[in-house]
Design a protein around this ligand. Structure first.
Ligand SMILES: [Zn+2]
Length: 159
């Protein structure tokens, strides 16, 4: 499996750990979203495949065992578990809209992977409900447009 070899050669466990800790926040994020974000942040598509996702998922479990991340839920089910950085629980209301857009972007990506959708497919809110729970609201009153998988989601207030 060439991808796995590439992964081993270029991405050590410690650099995967650093990437995970860089995308994790002081507030709870779904594990599935952390995995997608870390895969993207890993750069040049190295981790952005199923083996990469599995490697990141395993490292998240290790980081939780080592106390470098805090978890709630079953980590084997990335959609139903969450992680955050240790320390006080901090939410960031000031960046609320940007944060929601980032989450929506990650969730579109997860939906596309799990349903074999391509760059031009457009998810509906109903499609994403299993991942989102409640529909996110812009703190500034904007309306979110999901758009194509390939495009970032948009907020009508310009966020
Ligand atoms: Zn907004």
């Amino acid at each position: 499996m060439p991808e796995l070899r590439t992964l081993d050669n270029n991405m050590s466990n410690s650099s995967i750990d650093d990437t995970i800790l860089a995308v994790a926040e002081s507030d709870w994020l779904k594990v599935a979203l952390v995995i997608v974000d870390a895969a993207r942040a890993g750069g040049s598509g190295l981790l952005d495949n199923d083996q990469g996702y599995q490697a990141i998922g395993k490292r998240i479990e290790v980081l939780v065992r080592e106390g470098r991340l805090i978890a709630q839920g079953n980590l084997k089910k990335p959609r139903y578990s969450e992680v955050r950085l240790p320390g006080p629980l901090l939410t960031k209301p000031a960046s609320g809209c940007a944060r929601q857009l980032r989450m929506l972007s990650g969730i579109k990506c997860i939906w596309a992977r799990e349903h074999n959708k391509g760059a031009n497919d457009v998810p509906t809110w109903t499609d994403l409900r299993p991942y989102l729970g409640r529909k996110p609201r812009c703190p500034q009153g904007g309306t979110y447009t999901l758009g194509r998988v390939e495009d970032p989601p948009k907020c009508s207030h310009g966020g």
